[in-house]
Design a protein around this ligand. Structure first.
Ligand code: HXC
Length: 257
């Protein structure tokens, strides 16, 4: 499939998507979000893919939703088109997605990174929700996900002032899993993704589902969900293979079933 605003590659069991609107710092217009949704759906359906990396350029992961596309919208336009709701589909993919962020991840760019399962940041990464400077607020989950990830004080300050967080502050605050030198970002993300893709696919998918449940429910319900899914894992071949391989002191050879 050919795309206008993204570059899609497959490396073994890892899918790689690069946002590719360099002239606009990867501003997220509706074409890009549609293409990204289709590419990620393709990876979800491809049994040969175990993990996906989503990245941008050295200068920008994405500098936000496309301001030029939004500028003249009216309230009825946004309401009737259910503007931004299609972005939710990105946050509902079933296979693990690693965001590899270098440079700007602002507004919708920060929100897109937070829809992924974790963020690996280059030391050049800058995260922010500057929408307030444009006379709006975050509209793709920023007020909710950022608050859950970094706590109210930092989220409120960032959303109310538009202040950016650099990579080391983002790591301290828990927004990113790790910071790596910019030159190594994509290689490192691909390495982590290959490691994940080498695990049992159904087990990795159920693990993603279970961790994400922690953001949607109470502790007691979350633990009940975890227990049910944990029990279900004993119905897989991969549980037998993983535990047998340990006992036999060899590497597991998962069959993804
Ligand atoms: C459209 C954008 C853009 C954006 C940058 N560009 N961000 N176009 N939408 N979000 C374009 C610029 O217009 C310019 O094009 C080119 O990219 C390079 O940008 P510069 O500003 O010249 O680069 P620089 O001086 O290095 O500044 C980088 C920057 C700045 C600090 C990231 O571009 C910036 O502040 N961008 C906007 C960030 C922002 O407000 N994001 C939130 C958007 S609202 P031309 O053609 O002029 O050369 C949002 C709402 C989300 O995300 C809610 C729902 C999803």
């Amino acid at each position: 499939m050919s795309y206008e605003t993204i570059i899609v590659e497959t490396h073994g069991r890892v899918g790689l998507v690069r946002l590719n609107r360099p002239q606009a710092l990867n501003a997220l217009n509706s074409t890009l979000i549609g293409e990204l949704d289709r590419a990620l759906d393709g990876f979800d359906k491809d049994a040969g893919i175990g993990c996906v990396v989503l990245t941008g350029s050295e200068k920008a992961f994405a500098a936000g939703a496309d301001i030029k596309e939004m500028q003249s919208l009216s309230f009825p336009d946004t309401y009737l088109d259910d503007f931004i709701t299609s972005w939710d589909r990105i946050g509902h993919k079933r296979k693990p997605i690693v965001a590899a962020v270098a440079g700007f991840a602002l507004g919708g760019g920060c929100e897109l990174a937070m829809m992924c399962d974790f963020i690996l940041a280059a030391d050049t990464a800058k995260f922010g929700q500057p929408e307030i400077k444009l006379g709006v607020m975050p509209g793709a989950g920023g007020t909710q996900r950022l608050t859950r990830f970094v706590g109210k004080a930092k989220a409120m300050e960032m959303c109310l002032t538009g202040r950016m967080m650099d990579a080391s502050e983002a790591e301290r605050a828990g927004l990113v899993s790790r910071v790596v030198p910019a030159a190594e970002l994509v290689d490192e993300a691909m390495k982590v993704a290959a490691q994940i893709a080498g695990m049992s696919l159904p087990i990795a998918m159920m693990t993603k589902e279970s961790v994400n449940r922690a953001y949607e429910t109470t502790l007691a319900e979350g633990i009940r969900f975890e227990r049910r899914v944990f029990h279900a894992m004993f119905a897989t071949r991969d549980q037998k293979e993983g535990m047998t391989a340990f006992v036999e002191k060899r590497k597991p050879d998962f069959s993804h079933g």
